[in-house]
Design a protein around this ligand. Structure first.
Ligand SMILES: [Mg+2]
Length: 178
């Protein structure tokens, strides 16, 4: 199981390009923290409903490595808290399918910035693997007994937990679980 933004797709890179074009006076500090500035939080929620959300690029080596999981018979499921606008949700699924054809068995979309405890609880004790970039959602995976990985970024590298394995790319995950 995997998060999408900051793990499968390069959300920050795309959002920063959007800011440069439409709000050159602003700068993104930490894309997983809703409260860094209320103005940014509202901008993020709005951005997730723009046409831009259909055109994110894969993060790092995701497009090279994720298909290997599928080829080896894994079920690949995503959970993304992008918000619930139906057309934005369709764009997201199209964007994922464009870069990862037939890789994802399911893409679950939950409300904007909603914590993932409840979603993850359906896999409690399953031994499934969980990949996140948001620290609180990584810990939520640990709480459910999942094999949890944190995709390392500048904004999350400070955090530590014995049950969260930090990685820099998908190859490092594949090397441990495939
Ligand atoms: Mg994320």
């Amino acid at each position: 199981m995997t998060d999408i933004d900051g793990v499968v797709l390069d959300w920050s890179g795309h959002f920063n390009r959007y800011l440069k074009q439409h709000h050159p006076e602003l700068e993104l500090m930490d894309p997983t923290q809703f409260d860094q500035k209320q103005q940014i939080g509202q901008l993020i929620e709005g951005f997730n409903k723009t046409a831009w959300i259909g055109f994110l690029q894969p993060l790092r080596d995701a497009a090279d490595v994720l298909p290997q999981f599928k080829k080896q018979g894994w079920t690949v499921i995503a959970c993304t808290s992008m918000g619930s606008d139906q057309y934005a949700n369709s764009l997201r699924k199209m964007n994922i399918e464009n870069h990862f054809p037939n890789v994802f068995d399911r893409v679950d979309i939950i409300p904007f910035m909603e914590p993932k405890h409840e979603w993850l609880s359906q896999y409690k004790g399953s031994g499934a693997t969980w990949v996140e970039d948001k620290w609180s959602n990584a810990l939520a995976g640990v709480d459910q007994g999942l094999n949890t990985y944190l995709m390392r970024h500048e904004y999350n590298a400070y955090a530590d937990n014995n049950n969260v394995k930090k990685v820099d790319n998908w190859q490092q995950i594949a090397g441990q679980v495939l």
